[in-house]
Design a protein around this ligand. Structure first.
Ligand code: TYD
Length: 134
């Protein structure tokens, strides 16, 4: 459920030279990272996502700028604002998500538990709801 979508406070190694945030498999996240990707050059106000994954788990981090993540388990939704590089949103499998209200210049880092596989996506919301009731 969306209650399993958790904001994770990541370590922030801060000194006069700046900040560093490490993320390790099975430590800040309950999975092994198999793939990473990042969204950038997203026009201000634009949206991304709009799908669920059958098995994939992710950690989503606003490493620069800000955006909102709307998570939906088919029954309830909640919206979390990501605007700090030392917070990540953990999203388990079978959660519908949309990333909205990107600030211009935002960078969204995604750590993923599986290789890219289009067959693993659920891109139609009605299909998603049908799969949830099964
Ligand atoms: P898309 O799923 O629409 O992005 P988002 O969910 O962030 O809005 O993906 C955009 C394009 O990038 C689409 O053609 C699939 C491709 N893609 C890859 O080739 N590899 C990947 O790991 C990801 C996430 C997407």
């Amino acid at each position: 459920t969306i209650h399993d979508c958790k904001l994770v406070e990541l370590p922030q190694m801060y000194d006069q030279r700046g900040s560093l945030t490490p993320i390790s498999n099975q430590q800040q996240i309950p999975f092994d990272i198999v793939r990473t990707y990042y969204l950038y050059d997203v026009p201000g106000g634009e949206s991304r996502g709009g799908h669920a994954h059958k098995e994939l788990q992710q950690l989503i981090v606003a490493v620069m700028g800000a955006f909102d993540v709307v998570v939906d388990d088919g029954q309830e939704t909640k919206t979390l604002r990501l605007d700090r590089a030392y917070y990540g949103l953990y999203v388990p499998k079978m959660i519908w998500r949309e990333l909205i209200n990107f600030s211009s210049g935002a960078n969204c880092l995604v750590l993923a538990s599986l290789p890219y596989d289009e067959n693993e996506y659920i891109r139609n919301y009605n299909d998603y709801l049908r799969m949830k009731v099964q």
